[in-house]
Design a protein around this ligand. Sequence first.
Ligand SMILES: [Zn+2]
Length: 409
Amino acid sequence: MIPSNRVQDKNDRTPPLLPPRREFLKFFACVSAAGLILPPSITQASLRPNRITDLRVWTAPDHTRVVFDLSQMAKHNLFRLSNPERLVVDLLDVSLDVDPARMNQSDPVVTRIRTGTPSPNVVRTVFELNSEIRPRSFVLKATGDKNHRLVLDLFRKEFVETENVAEVPKKPNNSREAVIVIDPGHGGEDPGAIGFNGTMEKDVAFQVAKRMAQQINQTPGFRAFLTRTGDYYVSLRRRVAIARQHSADLFVSLHADAFRTADARGASVYTLSESGKPTPDRAINNLVQRENSADMIGGVDLNLVSDPEVRGILMDLSQRDSLNRALVYGKNLLQEMANVSSLNLHFNEVKQAGFAVLKAPDIPSVLVELAFLSNRKEEGLLRQQGYQESLARALALGTRKFVQSSRLV
Ligand SMILES: [Zn+2]
């Protein structure tokens, strides 16, 4: 636990709240116009090098995630106030360099965000809430092109976050429907790969996943669920937990690849490798590394991930059975995708590698890289609704053929 991360009762501490940032800025603007001091951005930047450079809000069904970008690591204090409900976060030894317009986005729980400076080196952010929440905070060190970040998760009271996959109860599936859980990769903080024209993997994966779910739900005897229903990040282990919660018969994770050379192209299908050892193919190992680092980018406190089952790979009998089924399922998907016009296959056979999202021991799981976003032509295709629909139809058909031939229903 981070020592500075404390949630205090309102009786312990009732700090005075400052006026909204708008008024704070107005004050500075007036003094500045009188020629007495410089605009705040200049003075603050030169005096205090650690800055809050951005703030983003992502709304998930069970929580709201707030991410502060910081130019350096910073200490923070977190506490709640009631009547009305508020969450207050003080960041120490920082200055604020965020456009206030970015701060207020529509969210079902956070009604308003305002900032102040209760003492010279402290930036206080107050989240006005319309209901009680359970807050959690953690810091992430800079990684890739991401800055140091402070992440706040505001869990709605009616939801309990379950991080331990083993504890997730499996719902009994009494119906004879085949349940397919479709996992659109990335989301929220984590855009995944980004194409030349700015197409984000998280968006195309989500669009194709929605279309695939629609196709599957139109088929009698089949039911599809998504691991995320909007633009927010879901941890890799949570995705697996969601599949278990739904008693999934199959799990399919959708992605779009990127490579350093623009001519790499085509779709590919992966299952988990038996040994978890790196494959001889360097490009595949790099891909696994990129996909598995999603939690670091998406903003997940990796200190919470202690379950060795998810960190390592345990290959028991049920997992071997799931893996065999996944290999056949993957083959069905490749066969149907090969029929989509303009679609090339990157590999003609199912490849195996150590993807963390495929580690449900009892659910056959595959990961599909739909195309290369780093390839201009494929990026263009992936944006087209008609192409997305053809892909979704092929994936749904491959799923149906596998379920019917293996008599899952
Ligand atoms: Zn991906």
